[in-house]
Structures are given as structure tokens and as C-alpha cells.
Design a protein around this ligand. Sequence first.
Ligand code: URP
Ligand code: ZN
Ligand code: ZN
Length: 459
Amino acid sequence: MSVLIKNGRIITASEDYVADIFIEGEKIKSIGKNLQVQGEKEIDATGKLVFPGGIDPHVHLDMPFMGTFSSDNYETGTRAALYGGTTMVIDFILQKQGHSLHEALSEWQGRSNNNCVGDYSFHMAVTDFNDNTCKEISQMINEEGITSFKTFMAYKGALMIDDRQMVGLMEEVKKHGGLINVHATNGDMIDYLIAKHRAEGKLSPLYHYLSQPEVTEAEASERFADMANYTGCPGYIVHLTCEGALNAVRNATRRNQKVFVETCIQYLIIDASLYEKEDGAKWVMSPPLREKKDQETLWAGINQGLVQVVATDHCPFKWQQKLMGKDDFSKIPNGHPAIENRMELLFSEGVNKGRITLNKYIEVACTNPAKIFGMFPRKGTIGIDSDADIVIFDPEEKHKISAKTHHMNVDYSAYEGWELTGKVKTVLLRGKVAIENNHCIVDKGYGKFIKRNKVDSKI
Ligand code: URP
Ligand code: ZN
Ligand code: ZN
């Protein structure tokens, strides 16, 4: 199958020009003005933006967590992602303490294999680093194409590892060319504050926020950066939310250390005042939403090159699941839905409001995730021989977000009623039209597991 996209305004992380794109099979074959070729399918993109498919490197689909499962499975989650212009996601495998990484990989493959509509990969969360796990690291990298390892400095007793394990893991991962991702918050301090609030009968969602003050994130981020510096292992802080944590990364740059930083769309545009609402549980996530001053710091951090990625940490739970914590904030499953909204929200709130440029938008939503996680230039850009993962986007179209029209398997939207300018119109995934006229025309099973290369720590 060949496709000719004509006369679109092509945006990459560094370019902005009008041209045609010719696609043959899964790949981009040529790019140029007035290409003299015929496509079996032709799309007129005049007046539209044409950019690489979004990559969301932080999602949790069908994940067992806090006594339930996140409500989007691999089919509904990757389909919703495509509707929102995200053609690839990276999900997290969670090792069970006392069990191997390979057991966890098989369990996750059992839920994801042949079920994805869009492309996907996994980070491996190491929750129990010991002599046996140590031997599995090189196998994950060299045989499975899983080159990034997630660690938790919180969720003690379930996911958290201590610093002894962290340093050992870093040494092993560095040896084999991988990267460590981290949920950087001080778990012990948070557990103390949760217990204290519960003992005082302070049980509403607001106390979720008050149990994870900025210092818990700043302290852990600094400790993580120090351990990464000591071991020389490339590090990536996921879902960074606040000024204090970003300052820890800024400090690390003074010794010429590079720590990659991901923030998520929610931390840029919504704030902790939502926890005072009756339905505040909708926004219970970890780390929690922060203050307006943190949003400003994060937008600035993107422009300063300190924040390289805007993801979602998509981890949806239906309202009935959120009600597991109606009498106790510590039992509310943590996470919120955004996989479908990220690209349009970031365009509308970021580019349209003059906070970031169009090139920066593509850099943080598409190109940097591909570079950091070993998929560039196959993914994350529009170039000859890249996968034809392409979004055709109307920058003028106005629309409203609503749970009534979204495609995520969750019965509310965290952004209900938000009015956006800029809409995903057509999406191609590896040369196939996946979204057109507001319909998804690829089936589950089309999404491919993407084996990733070793990490480029020099982007
Ligand atoms: O609230 C969140 N973030 N839920 C998913 C698990 C995690 O910590 O990323
Ligand atoms: Zn986390
Ligand atoms: Zn997460």
C-alpha cells in the first residue's frame, strides 16, 4: 500500500516547511515539493500540520495496582492513544517481589500480546534487586529489547527498593548500556505522613496531597541524581512535578551531569486546588498535583532544556474504583486518564498560549522519547526510512473534551468541558491509516511490540 500526503506543513523537532510525503509499506520513502508520484491513497493536507506520531513513554494499561486493575486494557488504551495522535506508548512491567523479571515479562505479555491497536514497548520495573535479578538485566537489554528499568523510591512493601539495591542496579544497568527510570519521592516520609493524617482522622483527598509535600520529591530527586552521578548510570526521573525537584536536577547540571526529566501534561495545566472538590479523588495520583508556581517552573524547565519529555502517567480508574477510598484517601487507586488528551492539550495550552514553540512541542512529545528510549530515527520524526507514524492536525479546529465522546475506558474525564483549539484529524501508523473521520480503522493486533536499542544518553 502506498500513501501520498500532499501539501502539509511538516513539523519536526527542528524543521517547519510545506511539502509532500510519499509512503510505501510501513516507511516514509520520499519527502519533497510537488512529488511526481501517485499514491494508492492520497490525502490533501493543505492548511494542516503534519507531524510525527506522539510517543507517550509513561502509561499503565491493565495494571494490577492498589487492589484493582487500571481500567484501560491494551486494546482500549492504545486505541484511545491513536485517537489522540499518540502512535506508540511505553508501559511498565512490575516485577513481583520474590519473583523473577522473566516471570513478570511473561505475565505482561499474556495481557498485551495481540491486543494492542497502537505500537508499544515496556520498561521493566525492578522491585527486588538480588543476585538472580542481576543476571536478567543483560538478557532484558540484549534479547528482549527492554533497555530501561523502572525503580520506585516509594510504595514500600510493594514496589519500593532501598538505596543499596538502587546503587547495585545502577552499576549493572550501566554496564549493559541501559537507563534507570525513577519514581523519585521519599517513601518513608510519605508513609509517616499518611499514618499521621489517618490517625488524626484526616481522610479526605486533600490529605493525599498534604502527605506528599514538595520536599519528599525534592529530596528523593537529589538523592537519585547523586547515586546516578556516583555510578555513572544514565537516569530519567518520571513524572517530575515541582520546583524543588527540578532544582535538584538543575544542581546536577552544575557538575555537568545529565539527568533526564519527564513531566506529565497534568502537572503543567491543573493544580492542587482540585483536591478540595467533592470529586477530588479523580485527581488523586502520585506525586500529587502541585501549585501554580510549579506549573510556571515546569514550562520554563521545558524551554531551558531541563525537562525533555511531556508524558501522561495514564493510569485510569473508573469512579466506582476511585470509591474504594471514599472513607480513606490512602485507599483511592492512584492515577488519572490522559492518554487520549496529551497531544491536543499540550498543543492548545502550550503552543497556542505561546508557552512553547511548535518545534519544542514535537521535541518533548515525540522526538525526545524516541531518542532517550532507543527508537530514533525509526520513530519520533518525519524522515526518509522512518516508520510512517504520522499525525495530520488541524491547528484551528475548536472542540470540547468530554467523557461522553472520549475513547478511554473510564466514565469521567479529568478535563471535562475544557475547550481546546487544535484537533487530530488523521493518524497513520506504520503506513496504515489508523484514524480517519473520527473512526479507528485498524484492529487490535496491529500494534507491534517495538524492541528498543541501547540508550543514547547524549541527546
Ligand atoms: O498515581 C500514579 N502515578 N499511578 C501510577 C503509578 C505511578 O506511580 O506511576
Ligand atoms: Zn510513579
Ligand atoms: Zn506511572
